[in-house]
Design a protein around this ligand. Structure first.
Ligand SMILES: [Zn+2]
Length: 240
């Protein structure tokens, strides 16, 4: 009975080799930044963007940074996890589900990797009410979402790279649909749409309409595709 046994073993070996991890691991998609330094941003001197086809997109409403369009070919995103116990767990899970659905909309257009470690992310989404903002009129305005952009140089183990670093705050305690619409809008800023549409049906509307916008509109997608076709220094290694 030795012969059939040997054949069986011989047949198993290639299958086991296929299951074994490759000897050379692929480079991590989102390596942790071992060092980060702030960039004193220069004000944007870019000329205003001429409008595209009327009604097709809202590219003319976007503004670049002084160092170009803050967009990346590959985004690493950290989302604050839900509490794993206690009375807040259920609400945290609802918040997380809404944020994940909004992120899923952007994932249809962009390459996005979720990371466990905030130090590996360029976009960090926190479950926190944004602080009140004082307007020029002196009045304060409450909002349920905010995205704040910083320009940094990050060393992810292979030299310095110019990167956008975006902190996104999404309030807890809203209804899930409102949370989802807020997250969809604020993530649009995070991924480079620093401007607002004048159409309430767009995710990036300056003034939201009566119905929460939960999906990217044709104009949102067209504007994003225009943006990602523009040249930028972001995401590229800096000269030593
Ligand atoms: Zn906005």
């Amino acid at each position: 009975m030795g012969r059939p046994h040997r054949l069986l073993v011989a047949g198993l070996v290639p299958a086991l080799l296929l299951l074994a991890p490759p000897l050379q691991a692929a480079p991590a998609a989102c390596p942790v930044a071992v060092a980060t330094r702030a960039v004193g941003e220069t004000p944007s001197t870019a000329a205003a963007v001429p409008p595209g086809e009327p009604g097709a997109d809202y590219r003319q409403r976007l503004r670049p940074t002084g160092l170009g369009w803050p967009r990346l070919d590959h985004w690493c995103v950290w989302v604050e996890p839900a509490a794993t116990g206690g009375s807040g767990q259920r609400w945290d899970a609802l918040w997380l589900g809404a944020v994940e659905r909004a992120l899923g909309q952007w994932q249809q257009e962009l390459t996005i990797t979720r990371v466990e470690d905030p130090a590996a992310a360029q976009v960090r989404i926190q479950r926190r009410r944004p602080p009140l903002q004082r307007q020029a009129s002196g009045r304060t305005r409450a909002s349920h979402g905010r995205a704040e952009l910083a320009v940094v140089e990050a060393d992810r183990g292979a030299g310095w790279i110019l990167e956008p670093r975006v902190q996104v705050l999404i309030s807890p305690g809203q209804r899930p649909l409102a949370t989802e619409a807020t997250a969809l809008h604020e993530l649009g800023h995070a991924f480079g749409l620093w401007g607002h549409s004048d159409d309430a049906a767009d995710a990036m509307a300056a003034v939201p309409g009566a119905q929460p916008v939960l999906a990217l509109s044709r104009r949102d997608r067209a504007t994003l595709r225009w943006l990602y076709a523009q040249p930028t220094g972001f995401g590229h290694p800096l000269p030593p």
